[in-house]
Write a protein that binds this ligand. Structure first.
Ligand code: ZN
Length: 204
């Protein structure tokens, strides 16, 4: 199925992530007090929640279209009807619980969410991917590169199908500022061919 993605900002989750990242605890008033007071500033919470609402409006038009294209390309969908997507100020993005490092640039954050939804789609359908063949073909690449070859092939085809070439190019250009493992994954997708990756590694 195609899930509804619900964008939220949660100061509680933000606090927990900051505690984990800094190794500090909220009970350590001296060192964590300022961080904690910053997270709980009401006007900041309101700003972040407002941003989540704005992002939701655009996502409901564009994001959903791309999810449908992704699902059609691979021939399967997601297990859940609703996926909550947490926006955080720090930390990295990851797919479960769906957490996006907010850039406060709507298009970047829509693309970031689609990227994590793609990881999520793979993780929920591990048995539908021919990992044996995939690892034989790409086993020598770094783990982060291996995690992104199939995903990038799906995204590339889905963006063109959902948005057309110009907008797809814009979304894909965001990867230019990311770590080199992403660039390496794109290099492989472009030389192997996105369609051929889907054909070779998604079980029919
Ligand atoms: Zn990724």
């Amino acid at each position: 199925m195609i899930p509804k993605v619900r964008f939220v900002y949660s100061p509680v989750y933000q606090m927990v992530v900051l505690e984990l990242r800094t190794g500090l605890t909220k009970y350590d008033e001296k060192v964590f007090g300022k961080i904690s007071r910053d997270v709980w500033k009401h006007e900041d919470i309101k700003k972040k929640k407002d941003y989540a609402k704005r992002l939701q409006l655009i996502w409901d038009k564009e994001g959903v279209r791309a999810l449908m294209a992704m699902s059609r390309i691979v021939g399967f969908g997601w297990d859940e009807k609703i996926i909550k997507c947490y926006l955080l100020d720090s930390s990295q993005s990851f797919s479960d619980p769906m957490t996006i490092r907010a850039s406060y640039d709507i298009e970047r954050d829509i693309e970031g969410t689609l990227h994590e939804m793609g990881h999520n789609l793979e993780v929920q359908n591990l048995d539908k991917i021919n990992w044996k063949r995939y690892n034989r073909e790409f086993g020598k690449e770094d783990i982060s590169v291996r995690h992104h070859i199939l995903l990038h092939a799906i995204l590339k085809l889905a963006y063109v199908r959902a948005f057309g070439h110009a907008k797809a190019e814009k979304y894909l250009s965001f990867y230019g500022t990311m770590p080199h493992t992403y660039a390496r994954a794109w290099e492989i997708v472009n030389s192997y061919g996105a369609e051929k990756i889907i054909k070779d590694f998604i079980k029919g």
